[in-house]
Design a protein around this ligand. Structure first.
Ligand SMILES: Nc1ncnc2c1ncn2[C@@H]1O[C@H](COP(=O)(O)OP(=O)(O)O)[C@@H](O)[C@H]1O
Ligand SMILES: [Mg+2]
Length: 276
């Protein structure tokens, strides 16, 4: 995959003070344009660390991270903005990432401003972005506290889209939502991909969610990639016991159903409903 948008090569991350323990251990991964790569693993496996490294919010201890040929960690600050605009983040908790004092529309307009959109064009573009994420543009006047969790997540997606990204890094973007709302947000991701050719690094502890979107799946355990492959093949015939245990936990059936505790040498996924 020479034309990958995002490439991690042999990336390790050790947090200061984490005596010898690696949050990520020699992880390699690529995301091609227009592709959805699902990153799964139980809580603490290193998923959010990988997201932060990909977004340039953290520096790798070893290895290289490249987005469109650039080291994301060096894209911070003004000179990096044009490339940085092509890479955006969708958080798990939009309520925490949106300024409570800013109307939803202003949050999106602010992102447009950062991207260099002239002031007079911002209201119309904001309304367009609201429509693209399935929100009534009238909601732009509301404050975050006046919006539901699903609506807030749509605002967060609109804000991410404001800079015209090619890759969205989504860290548990639907984990805080009810099942019904979750399904509609997943449909939105699919629709945006079809319309805009977006690529996703889609992170979830929930295989049922990843299963709906991912073309390719990477399974992390204790900071290491234990299995990866095309989604269909991986669902049909997971090779690693840990993947089988995750699958069984997600479906409550399927290969190795109920055998999560019986998988030799594998600690069963715990805490599947409490991601960080
Ligand atoms: N800021 C931090 N400082 C020290 N250790 C951290 C920090 N963030 C995460 N960790 C540790 O790194 C490991 C991976 O965490 P994380 O990437 O958040 O996993 P996940 O998102 O899969 O739950 C965990 O052992 C976690 O405790
Ligand atoms: Mg996490």
């Amino acid at each position: 995959m020479t034309d990958a948008l995002l490439t991690l090569t042999g990336v390790s991350k050790r947090y200061p003070g984490a005596a010898g323990r690696l949050a990520l251990d020699r992880v390699s991964l690529t995301v091609a344009p227009g592709e959805t790569v699902g990153l799964v693993g139980e809580s603490g496996s290193g998923k959010s660390t990988l997201a932060r490294l990909s977004l340039g919010l953290l520096a790798a201890t070893h290895g290289t991270v490249r987005f469109a040929g650039h080291d994301p960690y060096r894209l911070r600050g003004r000179p990096g903005r044009p490339v940085r605009a092509r890479l955006q983040f969708v958080p798990q908790h939009p309520r925490g990432s949106l300024n409570p004092a800013l109307r939803a529309g202003d949050a999106v307009a602010f992102a447009l401003r950062t991207h260099g959109t002239p002031r007079r064009e911002r209201p119309e573009l904001t309304a367009e972005l609201f429509q693209q994420v399935g929100l009534d543009p009238a909601l732009a006047r509301r404050y975050p506290r006046e919006l539901s969790g699903g609506q807030l997540q749509r605002v967060a997606v609109a804000r991410a889209l404001a800079t015209g990204p090619e890759l969205l890094v989504c860290d548990e973007p639907t984990s805080a939502l009810d099942r019904g709302v979750q399904a509609r947000i997943l449909d939105l991701f699919t629709e945006l991909q079809e319309r805009r050719g977006l690529a996703y690094l889609f992170i979830s502890h929930d295989l049922a969610v990843v299963r709906r979107l991912a073309h390719r799946v990477v399974v992390l355990r204790h900071g290491r990639v234990v299995e990866e492959g095309p989604a269909e093949a991986l669902w049909a015939a997971p090779r690693h016991p840990y993947t089988r245990a995750l699958l069984a936990a997600a479906t409550g059936a399927g290969p190795g159903a109920g055998s999560a505790t019986a998988v030799a040498g594998t600690s069963a996924p715990t805490e599947l409903s409490a991601p960080r």
